[in-house]
Design a protein around this ligand. Sequence first.
Ligand SMILES: NC(=O)c1ccc[n+]([C@@H]2O[C@H](COP(=O)([O-])OP(=O)(O)OC[C@H]3O[C@@H](n4cnc5c(N)ncnc54)[C@H](OP(=O)(O)O)[C@@H]3O)[C@@H](O)[C@H]2O)c1
Length: 382
Amino acid sequence: MTRVAVLGSTGSIGRSALEVIAAAPQRLQAVALSAHNNVDRLCEQARQYRPRWLAISDPEAAGAARGLGLPGCRLMTGPEALEQIAREPSVDVVLTAIVGSAGLRSTLAALEAGKRVALANKETLVVAGPLVMHLASRYGAQLLPVDSEHSALFQALQCGRREEVRRVVLTASGGPFRNWSADELETVTVAQALKHPTWQMGAKITIDSATMMNKALEIIEARWLFGLDADEIAVVVHPQSIVHSFVEYVDGSVIAQLSPPDMKLPIQYALDFPARWPGPAARFDWSQACQLEFEPPDFERFPALALGLEVARSGGTAGAVLNAANEAAVAGFLAGELPFTQIVPTCRRVLEQHDFEAQPGLDRLLALDGWARQEVSRCLCP
Ligand SMILES: NC(=O)c1ccc[n+]([C@@H]2O[C@H](COP(=O)([O-])OP(=O)(O)OC[C@H]3O[C@@H](n4cnc5c(N)ncnc54)[C@H](OP(=O)(O)O)[C@@H]3O)[C@@H](O)[C@H]2O)c1
């Protein structure tokens, strides 16, 4: 029985993870759940899954959960509660499904405790890739990707040796504005940006998919996770989101992973690697005709892609600044304080203004995270 802590259980990935866990009660058990402030959903999950620990990271929201009477369940509050759970000896796997750099400290804590980390929180690798990989290796922790593209690459990379890899290719759906002109992009509303054509996800990653910043973050994630050079990572647009990414080997072979767009599959694979079993993820019906299309991405209309490659090349403090600027700019867009087409240029401006350092420690990265958010807040029009 694998005991799983689901950090961010109330979110889109967290809820899918609980479906996977519920489908395999003889293999997986949810022993800890967390929310930031969605207390009602967390309590509902606690009644169904009976975890040993519950964490509410927003101290202001925690009051609402006290006195709810959840027998056998210890309630912990504040951001430190997530780190405590991540270190808990009777947790085997920590699924990090928190959105944004708020997931960084608990991921680092799980790695320091030598856990298996099923990493959905890509921002952790974007902010502190070298540090994360160093901790994983130092403490013998396993880091398994949940992002569907990286899960696909992880699987395809098992078909050859590192020196046999020519490059990896990340697929991108292209988001809801794949065919919109530059002029049309100027008119994008929040409601339009929140309608993803193939994936159901939380608000932040849905906006990132619309700007293609999500692919930029994934380039940086792949760079650190697989120890690749930025020049070994390419992106291709694949609107059906069925081929989740592929590896091109030096002999010309291309090894891909395919499945319907459903996060339950990469979650299950990361939680219970290397086992494969019939889980709740959607399957293909091969009796139906289907088409797979591929097209090159448009770097002009989606400037986030070039930014992602630049940051993957420079490393150092660049990832932390890009990530924080993007989180703040997306929040600004969702609040109606920044136009859609200003999200990426705002990130670039903040990145160019920052005082680059090649080998920063955690404190420096966290300080820059705060600085970048402040810089973006000056560009917002409330
Ligand atoms: N959704 C997908 O299909 C998908 C695919 C690949 C990768 N990912 C990655 O997975 C992560 C989660 O994405 P998501 O779509 O599941 O996001 P989401 O639906 O917005 O859920 C986010 C979760 O994090 C919690 N949270 C929010 N702010 C927090 C904070 N400051 N401190 C601690 N917890 C906080 C939320 O709690 P409350 O509910 O209480 O606010 C919720 O449980 C992201 O890094 C994303 O890039 C997602």
